[in-house]
Write a protein that binds this ligand. Sequence first.
Ligand code: 6CS
Length: 361
Amino acid sequence: MFKQMGLLTGTAISAALVLAACGGDDEGTNGEAGGEGNGDETYEVRFLTEELEGQLQYEYAQEFADRLEEKTDGRITTDVFEFGALGSEVNQFQEIQNGNVEFAIVSPGFTGTTVQEGQLFALQFLFSDDEDVNYQVLNESEALNEGLSEKYEEYNVKPLAYWSEGGMQWTGNSPLREPADFENFQMRTQESTLIQTSYEQYGADPTPLSWEELYTSLQLGNIDGQENPIFFIEDANFHEVQDHMTISDHNIYVAMTTVNTDFYNSLPDDLREAVDEVVDEMRPIAHEMQLEMNEDLLTAIEEDEDNPTEIYTLSEEERDAFRELAEPMQDFFRDDVGEDGAAILDQLLEEIEEAEAESGN
Ligand code: 6CS
């Protein structure tokens, strides 16, 4: 059944590849439907990421692939793809929806035109300033892991985990310390109305763009600045073409580990359990990886004498000035996305508050 779907909807990958990826070899039953299976089905699957080798999503996917192969005694083998292998970030979401790839890491910022509710991750100053609190919330939140996940499942995409790639910081060709600094500032954003409207609140002129085009746009001065976690700013070399970096921590960068729902449901029980186990094993690994990578690459930016970057950390008072303009975006989200999205947001806000209180912050 899954094999047929791949053949019917496959656009970017040849039919031959789709056949291979769906486990249709001579040995197996090709996962007719979820169940016990006969124990010898084998699957060659694809895991698509939005980043390059050495960057977090790719390293996560590679570790995930290795663990899954080991845990299933080689019955699931995975090819990990770097960003760009199958089009832009928005195209990538279509690939996982259509089942042309089985696994993908998806940034909700690129799904705002389909799963409106996913835009809640664009709300600035929503999460805690404590990454350990965020780790707990992302893993345990019912609002996300049930409410929001159901919204993605309507598009045949099942989020398996929500995880943070770290605090988001601004870079610019001019200092960014108060909202007035964003006046007429050409700000690169992902494809989400909410992200764009948020920057309009600061007076900026937001421009949605794939990150593929970002370095050149910053270099040419067509774009004045952007937001990303520190590891990405350094690894994509954005600091080379930006004079200023502001440690604003105005948001966290949330990534979703996703699986095509039909594929997941077609797996025999033991293999589906293996996938779930690997997802859980990856939670602390991803957390540690992001903390370490963001710290190490901050030092790399600080020490890069060939490309000096002025790094400025906002004070709490300075952050409050942005927070004041960002908070009304929660009502914008409620009105724009509707009742279900509003309920997900309200539940998430309670969960964050509870986790904060428990942590003693
Ligand atoms: O800024 C972006 O669009 C990219 N940033 C990260 C951290 N990962 C992939 C994404 O496409």
